[in-house]
Design a binder for this molecule. Structure first.
Ligand code: COA
Length: 219
C-alpha cells in the first residue's frame, strides 16, 4: 500500500534511510532519465541548493521503498523562480508566507500510468493540495513544462500563468500560480479516485485541519 509521508526539518531524522533513497531516485529520474545534466553530481544523489532545512518533502512510500516525491519551498526563501528563473514571471514575484513553490514531482517508472488504485501520481497530487490546505497557503507556485497545463486543468486546478512560455534547455516552460482550495482538493480526489486525506505526519506537528469525507463521492 502506498503512503504519502510529510518529511520536514523536525522529523527528517526519522527518515534518514528514505531520504537517501529519495535523493538517489531523483538522480535516476532527473539526471539519467530526463538528462538534466546540470544536476549531475559524482555521489549519485540529486540534491540542489533548494534542498534546504526549510524545504518540505512529500515521500510516496511502498512498504518502506520510496516510489515518488514532491518538494515544497517557502517563497520567502530561495526558490527556483526567485533565484534562477525570475525572468519567467512578468509580474514581481510574491515572497509571502502563504505562497510555496513546488518542484521535483516524480514517480518511479514501474508505478506510472496507473489510475485505478489510485496511482502514486494521484496520491501525490491530492497530497500536494492537502499539504497546501494544511499550511493555509493561498497559492502554490511552480515552473513546469507546458504539457502540464492541460493535465492540471483536467483535474480542476485553477492556474494563473505568470508569464509567457520560454525555452529552457530545449524545454518549453512556464511559471504558474495555482490556487489552493478545498473545492480543488475535492475535485482532484474525485477525478483521481483518492478516497480522502492521504498525508501521514509522523514525528512532525500536524497543523489543525479537517477535510470533508469523500468516500461516497469517490466510490
Ligand atoms: N513530456 C510530455 N508528456 C509527459 C512527460 C514529458 N516529459 N512525462 C509524462 N508525460 C505525460 C505522459 O505522456 C502521459 O500522457 P497520457 O496520460 O496522455 O498518456 C501522462 O503525462 C502521464 O504520465 P505517466 O508517466 O504515464 O505516469 P504518471 O501520471 O504516473 O506520472 C510523472 C507522471 C510526470 C510524475 C512521471 O511521468 C514522472 O515521474 N516523470 C519523470 C519526472 C518528471 O519529469 N517530472 C516533472 C518535472 S518535475
Amino acid at each position: 500500500m502506498i503512503e504519502i509521508h510529510v518529511v520536514r526539518r523536525d522529523n527528517s531524522h526519522l527518515y534518514t534511510e528514505e531520504l537517501e533513497q529519495y535523493f538517489r531516485a531523483r538522480y535516476q529520474i532527473y539526471v539519467c532519465e530526463r538528462g538534466w545534466m546540470d544536476l549531475d553530481r559524482p555521489d549519485g544523489r540529486e540534491i540542489d541548493q533548494f534542498d534546504t532545512p526549510e524545504a518540505s518533502h512529500l515521500l510516496a512510500l511502498d512498504n518502506g521503498r520510496v516510489v515518488g516525491g514532491h518538494r515544497f519551498n517557502p517563497s520567502i526563501g530561495p526558490t527556483l523562480l526567485n533565484e534562477v528563473f525570475p525572468q519567467l514571471s512578468l509580474l514581481p514575484l510574491a515572497r509571502s508566507p502563504d505562497v510555496y513553490e513546488t518542484t521535483r514531482l516524480w514517480v518511479a517508472k514501474e508505478q506510472r500510468g496507473r489510475y485505478a488504485h489510485p496511482s502514486v501520481e494521484s496520491l501525490l497530487l491530492a497530497g500536494t493540495m492537502e499539504f497546501a490546505l494544511a499550511l493555509k497557503l493561498r497559492h502554490i507556485r511552480v515552473i513546469f513544462e507546458t504539457w502540464w497545463l492541460s493535465r492540471f486543468q483536467s483535474i480542476g486546478w485553477k492556474l494563473h500563468p505568470l508569464g509567457v512560455p520560454q525555452d529552457i534547455n530545449g524545454l518549453n516552460c512556464v511559471a504558474v500560480l495555482k490556487d489552493v482550495s478545498e473545492a480543488i482538493w475535492m475535485e482532484t480526489c474525485i477525478k483521481r479516485s483518492v478516497a480522502g486525506p492521504v498525508l501521514i505526519w509522523n514525528g512532525t506537528a500536524r497543523p489543525s485541519y479537517r477535510l470533508p469525507e469523500l468516500l461516497p463521492a469517490v466510490a
